[in-house]
Design a protein around this ligand. Structure first.
Ligand SMILES: [Zn+2]
Ligand SMILES: [Zn+2]
Length: 270
């Protein structure tokens, strides 16, 4: 019997259905865990270990402490559990026909396949900015978002270091999109790979972009590690995720941003 039939019949007394759900949950956890582990190890291994000496002059503040890294890993583990549960809900929605994840590009055409990825990035950026501003209101910061901000000097392992409620808010970005539009499996994959790589990179503690990047007419629209690092240092301003425009349009870009970036990237390599 398929999962959706169990679901429709009500799986609550059926041991096999519970086993199936548990195995899918573990599968989701391993999938999400591999993405996190590979991306964070890659950024950390490259910037904090292999190129540590060569990039020391690009350090935005200081190398993150091992206590910070341990806490970030622990909270990221709890985030993976939340993401896995949300993944299960998405799977149920797909199987029961309430959401559509498709495999053949021609089902919705090449134009939608090409457009859906940038649209997902724009949607994610907007959703993150709005929810992030909310998380910075007094109650939410004290009870929820403060967990992420315990890292004033974050490491790539902070990519998923959230309170479980914040993890749930962040995880909703994909189900909310799927409630409205169908998404090709490759778009979902690219979306996941992009978000975890840039997320780990945004918490990297060293600036890797070339000097002048933030003032460039095109590149200046993309956030940098310094952009998010300043957000962790001061917990004020620079709420954006992938792009700088929401902070600029709404006047929340940190006044120190360009100056700090220029200072970090202007240091001579010893
Ligand atoms: Zn952060
Ligand atoms: Zn924040």
């Amino acid at each position: 019997m398929e999962f959706w039939q169990y679901l429709q019949a009500g799986p609550w007394g059926d041991l096999q259905a519970w086993r199936w759900l548990a195995s899918r949950f573990v599968g989701n956890f391993l999938n999400e865990g591999v993405f996190y582990l590979v991306a964070a190890s890659l950024v950390w291994g490259l910037l904090h270990v292999a190129l540590r000496r060569r990039l020391a002059h690009r350090l935005i503040a200081q190398w993150p402490s091992s206590a910070d890294v341990r806490r970030e890993m622990l909270y990221s583990l709890s985030t993976l559990l939340v993401f896995s549960a949300v993944g299960l809900a998405v799977l149920a929605a797909v199987i029961s026909g309430k959401a559509e994840v498709y495999f053949q590009v021609r089902q919705h055409g090449w134009a939608w396949w090409v457009l859906s990825f940038p649209l997902m990035l724009l949607w994610h950026d907007f959703y993150f900015y709005v929810t992030h501003r909310l998380l910075h209101t007094r109650w939410w910061f004290r009870h929820v978002h403060g967990v992420h901000h315990r890292s004033r000097n974050p490491s790539p392992w902070a990519a998923y270091s959230f309170h479980p409620v914040e993890a749930l808010i962040n995880a909703m970005v994909t189900p909310l999109a799927l409630a409205v539009v169908p998404l090709h499996v490759s778009v979902l994959l690219a979306f996941t790979v992009h978000q975890i790589l840039r997320n780990a990179h945004g918490h990297a503690a060293v600036e890797t972009m070339p000097s002048g990047f933030t003032r460039h007419w095109l590149w200046g629209r993309f956030t940098t590690t310094t952009h998010h690092h300043l957000h962790h240092e001061t917990a004020k301003g620079n709420y954006g995720l992938w792009f700088t425009w929401w902070d600029r349009w709404l006047g929340t870009e940190s006044g120190q941003y360009h100056q700090r970036f220029a200072e970090v990237t202007g240091r001579a390599q010893p």
